[in-house]
Design a protein around this ligand. Structure first.
Ligand SMILES: Nc1ncnc2c1ncn2[C@@H]1O[C@H](COP(=O)(O)OP(=O)(O)O)[C@@H](O)[C@H]1O
Ligand SMILES: [Mg+2]
Length: 365
């Protein structure tokens, strides 16, 4: 059987009492992709991953890995073909990093894993600490050890929950490079609330917000679709409203919004050049001085905020961004998404503790 989609969910819904953590999530992640699972804290990322891993039962809907329905009876989390890194990996504290990896190798009956273990310890900068008790590892070291453990059995699919959240910028950069390097070797699906991680690493992105998927496509397509539709315009003080009225009367302008002294102009499809020409001409004829007029270079952050504000509609109908979303951008999304990897990542204030099954290792004892 040819498996096109290594992860597939339909109408996946999860309720915790009154809280609907997932609300009809449809996912289709093609084999071989590096897919970022992006969303603010509390969006439902960990819940989705736990259901995929067979560690948590869904309330409704279906979830498949490799074309097979996932099951609590046979959790994928403990199968060799799936590597899993929990959000806060927990290891038996008395074991050393080296012993943890040996234990994982034994669990999977990997003969001759010694060489690979030492390679991984080197690669994750743990060689010096290899014989030290894991209890004395920092959070970043545990995360690196967890990544090494997930990679060790050379799985076909890697499910990583915020794999770089505890790392410093340098460690983060290296870990993301390692993840990029997995392309062609396996499929990676990793959650993050850090937009730069996705921009740097992924070829696909799934955006989730309040338990709903608001965008799912190739990163390149998403950015391209949002990249060239808008201009920002600033005019001399006091003439903003005149300029806004004028812009709104121009046929190529789909939408014009004024916020913080900046007029954001969204072009009708294919009317970008026409917009610039007609607006500049009209402003000149009204003697309104243009201070700045430039094409908006969209970041993934602004795309995310607009997609969320538009309820994901723009993403699915291919109609492009919602220029008017500037004023209505979701404050929750804005607060908890982090654009830059060098920013201090906020702790997951909404996320539950990972106590149920904290790591592959613990669960397989
Ligand atoms: N065991 C649980 N009991 C009650 N609510 C939960 C539980 N696990 C998660 N939630 C809620 O479900 C929502 C999604 O959580 P989570 O999947 O951890 O989000 P994320 O990983 O994107 O930060 C949040 O509102 C969270 O508070
Ligand atoms: Mg989480």
């Amino acid at each position: 059987m040819i498996v096109n989609h290594i992860i597939q969910t339909e109408g996946l819904t999860k309720r915790f009492g009154q809280v609907t953590a997932l609300d009809g999530v449809d996912l289709a992640v093609p084999e071989g992709s590096i897919c970022g699972f992006l969303g603010p804290n509390g969006a439902g990322k960990t819940t989705t991953l736990k259901i995929l891993l067979g560690l948590l039962a869904q309330s409704e809907g279906s979830a498949k890995l490799f074309g097979r329905e996932v099951s609590l009876a046979e959790p994928a989390a403990f199968k060799r073909e799936v590597g899993y890194l929990p959000q806060d990996p927990v290891f038996p504290p008395r074991m050393s990093g080296l012993e943890v990896l040996q234990f994982v190798a034994d669990t999977y009956r990997m003969g001759g894993a010694r060489k690979r273990i030492h390679e991984l310890l080197d690669r994750f900068d743990l060689a010096d600490a290899a014989r030290r008790e894991v209890a004395r590892y920092s959070r970043g070291m545990k995360q690196r050890l967890g990544l090494a453990a997930a990679l060790l059995p050379e799985p076909r699919l890697l499910l990583l929950d915020e794999p770089v959240s505890a790392l410093d910028p340098e460690g983060r950069f290296e870990a993301l490079q390692l993840i990029s390097g997995m392309r062609d070797k396996c499929t990676v699906f990793f959650s993050t609330h850090i937009l730069a991680d996705v921009e740097r690493t992924c070829d696909r992105v799934v955006m989730i917000h309040r338990g709903k998927v608001v965008a799912e496509e190739r990163l390149q397509d998403l950015l391209r679709r949002y990249s060239t539709e808008q201009y920002e315009l600033r005019v001399e003080d006091g003439r903003e409203d005149d300029a806004l009225d004028l812009a709104r009367s121009m046929p190529p302008v789909r939408e014009a919004v004024l916020a913080d002294g900046v007029i954001r102009l969204t072009a009708k499809h294919g009317q970008l050049d026409g917009l610039r020409r007609s607006v500049v001409k009209a402003l000149a004829s009204e003697d309104i001085m243009v201070v700045d007029f430039h094409l908006v270079k969209r970041t993934l952050e602004s795309v995310f905020l607009d997609v969320v504000a538009a309820g994901g509609v723009a993403a699915s109908n291919g109609a492009g961004g919602s220029g008017g979303a500037v004023a209505s951008r979701d404050p929750v999304a804005r607060r908890s998404m982090v654009a830059s990897s060098s920013a201090v990542a906020p702790r997951d204030e909404l996320a539950p503790s990972d106590g149920a099954v904290s790591s592959r290792k613990e669960g397989s004892k």
